[in-house]
Ligand binder design. Structure first.
Ligand SMILES: Cc1cc2nc3c(=O)[nH]c(=O)nc-3n(C[C@H](O)[C@H](O)[C@H](O)COP(=O)(O)O)c2cc1C
Length: 225
């Protein structure tokens, strides 16, 4: 696949085929991802790649806690709720997804089911938990580096025909993840990445959220043209 095809074709995948992903293929994808740059080449990231029964235990644990009304217990700072243009973009992608899935605004049950789907890692056959070294936790470079490697991961996966969705839902109940994955205390849980073969018939997989234009995003300083 050409680079442009990967970048322009990739989108978040929230519906997967019930088909296992070979470990060797995931290793190939990770070998590409770890070529990502990092601050002073510190490479603060770790990947915990989960499938089968341990992943099912996480899905069950997440679902039970959400249904019991447990508040979020994520380790990676969340910040304030989105406002203004950022809130508009958040609502925009939700509207696109709900429209694709034919979920009506007033259908609270269907919306709740959709949210639970996220907490089940979208029923993907694989989930990658991205963590970083706790001793680097007070540097913003660490989050930057892990973002870079995770973006490289989803693009590398796409180049091999695999789909992913980076998500916070999978790590919102971090104690569940910590328990069932056995994450060492010297690592902080950052993000989850659901991974698997995209289901071509799952409507939300066709959604392409809008991007702000280069004109809106960039300023050019000192150019003659
Ligand atoms: C840090 C981060 C957290 C995200 N969390 C979620 C999530 O919890 N649930 C979800 O469905 N998508 C999640 N996403 C996916 C975004 O909604 C998606 O990347 C964005 O709308 C752009 O769409 P695209 O990936 O299809 O290009 C997350 C993405 C990132 C980078």
């Amino acid at each position: 696949m050409e680079f442009d095809d990967v970048i322009l074709g990739r989108r978040s995948i929230r519906g997967y085929l019930e088909r296992p992903v070979p470990r060797a293929l995931i290793e190939e994808v990770l070998a590409l991802a770890v070529r990502a740059p990092s601050s002073m080449n510190t490479q603060p990231w770790h990947f915990h790649v989960i499938t089968g029964e341990p992943l099912d235990r996480i899905r069950r644990g997440n679902t039970e806690r959400i249904m019991a009304g447990e508040p979020d217990s994520r380790e990676f700072r969340r910040g304030q709720p989105f406002a203004g243009i950022h809130r508009e973009r958040q609502v925009g992608v939700a509207k696109q997804l709900f429209a694709a899935m034919s979920i009506a605004r007033e259908d609270r049950d269907a919306r709740h089911d959709w949210v639970l789907r996220g907490f089940r890692q979208f029923d993907a056959p694989v989930c990658v938990i991205v963590t970083y070294d706790r001793e680097l936790a007070d540097s913003d470079d660490t989050a930057f580096d892990c973002g870079a490697v995770t973006t490289a991961l989803v693009n590398a996966a796409w180049s091999r025909g695999l789909g992913c969705v980076i998500n916070s839902q999978g790590i919102m109940q971090s104690p569940v993840v910590r328990e069932h994955v056995g994450i060492p205390d010297d690592q902080v849980i950052m993000k989850a990445v659901a991974l698997g073969w995209p289901d071509p018939d799952f409507p939300a997989n066709a959604v392409v959220p809008e991007r702000k234009s280069v004109v809106e995003a960039a300023r050019f300083v000192g150019f003659a043209d």
